[in-house]
Write a protein of this length. Structure first.
Length: 71
């Protein structure tokens, strides 16, 4: 789950597993797998950062190796 903000300032939590598409137009539009579309105050890059962090927390995406170390 990721915390996001609607354009009116209302904070909500989104199940990031439902994100299908994120667009910057210039507002950030999120299209869910259900077909629902949301507009949020966060930038596209911030939505992606939060979604990736959520997946890493679930261990679906490995965390990057520390710089200078080989796996």
């Amino acid at each position: 789950m990721i915390k996001l903000t609607r354009l009116d300032g209302e904070v909500f939590v989104l199940n990031a597993d439902l994100i299908q598409l994120v667009e910057a137009r210039p507002d950030t539009f999120i299209t869910l797998t259900t077909g629902q579309r949301l507009v949020v105050a966060e930038t596209m890059d911030e939505v992606i950062r939060r979604a990736v962090a959520y997946q890493q927390a679930k261990h679906l995406i490995p965390s990057p190796a520390p710089r200078g170390k080989n796996p």
